[in-house]
Design a protein around this ligand. Structure first.
Ligand code: FCB
Length: 456
C-alpha cells in the first residue's frame, strides 16, 4: 500500500435500500410493509410522499446496475424487501424472489459484488399486525425469512448483512415514532431493539456454515462529543454513547448489554429485562465476519443542571443532557460534517472488537443539487467524499482493518420521514421523469475506486 492507496481487494460500492428505491409496491404480489402504511398517514412524511414509485428501481435495476458498473464501482449494497419475498410475512412468493434473482444475475454479469442486506426497515405489515419487533416471534420469523432468501440466492451471493441499523428500526420506529410503525414508547422500543438483535443472531446461526459466505450487520454510530471536559460533560457523553452506540455494539461483540446503559434505562420498567431470556446474549454474539459501520455525524452533548431532566433527544433512558445544534459546515439535512470523527470511530470500534474487520457500509451527504446542461456539479459532495475517504485511509494507516467503503447512496431516493427532500445520490434522479444524471461526485468516487487510491 503506497501512501495514497487502499489495501488490495478493498471493496468500493454504493448502497440503496429496497423501500427507498424500488417502487413497484404492488408488483409481483408484494404485500404491504409498515412503511406503506406509515407513509399513507398524513403528516408522517414531510412532503406527503411515499415509496410507491420511488426510483422505479424495480423496473430500472438493469440500467441502474449498468451505471454503477460504468462508474467503476465494484460492489452494490442493496436490501431485500421482506414483503416482496413473503407478502404476508410467512409464505414465500416465487415472483418476489424472482426480482432479486434477476438483480443478482445482472450484478454478476457486470462483475459487481452483491452485498445483500436482509432487513432495511420494511417489515411486512402482517407481522406488525401480529406484534412487530416488540414481539419475540418476529425474531424467529426473520430467521426463517433469512433462510428462504439464502436458499434462493446463496449460490451467487457471498455477502450477507442481516439488519441495517437496529437503532433506527427500534428507537425511531417504536420510541420516538418518527419512523414506521410510529409507536411512541421507550419501553417498547427497548424490547424491539432486543428482538432485532436476537433476529440478527438467529439469522447468522441459521445461515452460517457455507464456505465463502460472510456475515455482518450494519450499525449506525453517532460518536458523542462533549462540549466541555468537566465530569458532568463526560457523564453526558457516556450516557449518549451508551444508548446510541454501545447498547447495540457490545452484545454483538459478545460483551452483553452494557451495565451502565441498563442502569440508565432501568426506570423504563421491566419489560426489557424480562424480554432478555437465558441464552439470548449468546445468540446475539454469533460470530460475524465484519461489522458495517454507518457514519454520518457526531452528536455534540452538554449536561443539564438537573441530571434527571428530560433530554431534547428522545432516546430511552436519556436524561440530564441535551444534544446541541450542530456546528457548521452542515449538509442540507443540517448534519455536521466531521470527517476526523470517522477515523476515531473506526479506531474505537476496531479496538473494542479486538480487530474485527470493518466496512464503512454507509457514508454520504445530502446537498441541494441542480442539473445544468445535463451535468450536476456537486462540489460540496465531492469534497465530503474526499475528506471522509482521507479519514478512512488514516484509520487504515493506523492499523484498522477496513475492507470497504459504500457511499450512501447510488441514487437520490425516498429519504424516509423527509420524503424526497434530501438528495444523497451519486446519481441525480428527476422524480417526475425518472431521468438519471450521474453527478460529479459519482464520477469522482468511481475514479478513486478504479485507482484504489486517494487522488494526489
Ligand atoms: C441511514 C439509513 C439510510 C439513509 C441514510 C441517510 O440511517 O440507513 O437508509 O436514510 O441514513
Amino acid at each position: 500500500m503506497t501512501d495514497l492507496s487502499f489495501p488490495p481487494g478493498f471493496l468500493w460500492g454504493a448502497a440503496t435500500a429496497s423501500y427507498q428505491v424500488e417502487g413497484g409496491v404492488a408488483e409481483g404480489g408484494r404485500g404491504p410493509s409498515i412503511w406503506d402504511t406509515f407513509a399513507a398517514v398524513p403528516g408522517k412524511v414531510l412532503d406527503g410522499t411515499s415509496g410507491e414509485v420511488a426510483c422505479d428501481h424495480y423496473h430500472r435495476y438493469a440500467s441502474d446496475v449498468g451505471m454503477l458498473a460504468d462508474l467503476g464501482l465494484g460492489a452494490y449494497r442493496f436490501s431485500v424487501a421482506w414483503p416482496r419475498v413473503m407478502p404476508d410475512g410467512r409464505t414465500t412468493s416465487a415472483a418476489g424472489l424472482g426480482f432479486y434473482d434477476r438483480l443478482v444475475d445482472e450484478l454478476l454479469r457486470r462483475d459487481v459484488v452483491p452485498v445483500l442486506t436482509l432487513y432495511h426497515w420494511d417489515l411486512p405489515q402482517a407481522l406488525e399486525d401480529a406484534g412487530g419487533w416488540p414481539s419475540r416471534d418476529t425474531a424467529f420469523r426473520f430467521a426463517e425469512y433469512a433462510a428462504v432468501v439464502h436458499k434462493a440466492l446463496g449460490d451467487r451471493v457471498n455477502q450477507w448483512t442481516t439488519i441495517n441499523e437496529p437503532f433506527c428500526a427500534a428507537f425511531l420506529g417504536y420510541g420516538s415514532g418518527v419512523h414506521a410503525p410510529g409507536v411512541q414508547d421507550h419501553d417498547t422500543a427497548l424490547v424491539a431493539a432486543h428482538h432485532l438483535l436476537l433476529g440478527h443472531g438467529l439469522a447468522v446461526r441459521a445461515l452460517a456454515g457455507q464456505a465463502g459466505h460472510e456475515f455482518s450487520l450494519a450499525l449506525n454510530f453517532a460518536p458523542a462529543v462533549p462540549d466541555g471536559s468537566s465530569p458532568a460533560h463526560l457523564e453526558a457523553a457516556r450516557k449518549f454513547d451508551g444508548i446510541h452506540n454501545r447498547f447495540f455494539l457490545d452484545p454483538v461483540l459478545g460483551r452483553g448489554y452494557p451495565a451502565d446503559v441498563l442502569a440508565d434505562v432501568s426506570h423504563h420498567g421491566g419489560r426489557f429485562a424480562a424480554s432478555v431470556r437465558d441464552g439470548d446474549t449468546d445468540v446475539i454474539a454469533a460470530a460475524i465476519d465484519w461489522l458495517g459501520v454507518n457514519y454520518y455525524a457526531p452528536a455534540r452533548v452538554t449536561p443539564l443542571a438537573d441530571p434527571l431532566a428530560r433530554s431534547n433527544c428522545p432516546l430511552p433512558g436519556l436524561r440530564g443532557l441535551d444534544v446541541l445544534p450542530a456546528p457548521g459546515p452542515l449538509t442540507a439535512f443540517g448534519w455536521e460534517q466531521a470527517p476526523a470523527t470517522l477515523t476515531s470511530l473506526l479506531s474505537w470500534v476496531s479496538g473494542r472488537s479486538g480487530g474485527l474487520p470493518l466496512v464503512v457500509a454507509e457514508n454520504g451527504a445530502s446537498f441541494v443539487d441542480e442539473v445544468t446542461d445535463g451535468r450536476v456539479f456537486d462540489a460540496a459532495r465531492v469534497n465530503y467524499f474526499l475528506e471522509h475517504l482521507r479519514a478512512v485511509h488514516d484509520a487504515i494507516r493506523a492499523g484498522v482493518d477496513v475492507r470497504g467503503y459504500f457511499a450512501w447512496s447510488l441514487l437520490d431516493n425516498f429519504e424516509w420521514a423527509m420524503g424526497y427532500s434530501q438528495r444523497f445520490g451519486l446519481v441525480h434522479v428527476d422524480f417526475e421523469t425518472q431521468a438519471r444524471t450521474v453527478k460529479e461526485s459519482g464520477r469522482f468516487l468511481g475514479r478513486v475506486a478504479k485507482a484504489n487510491a486517494l487522488p494526489d
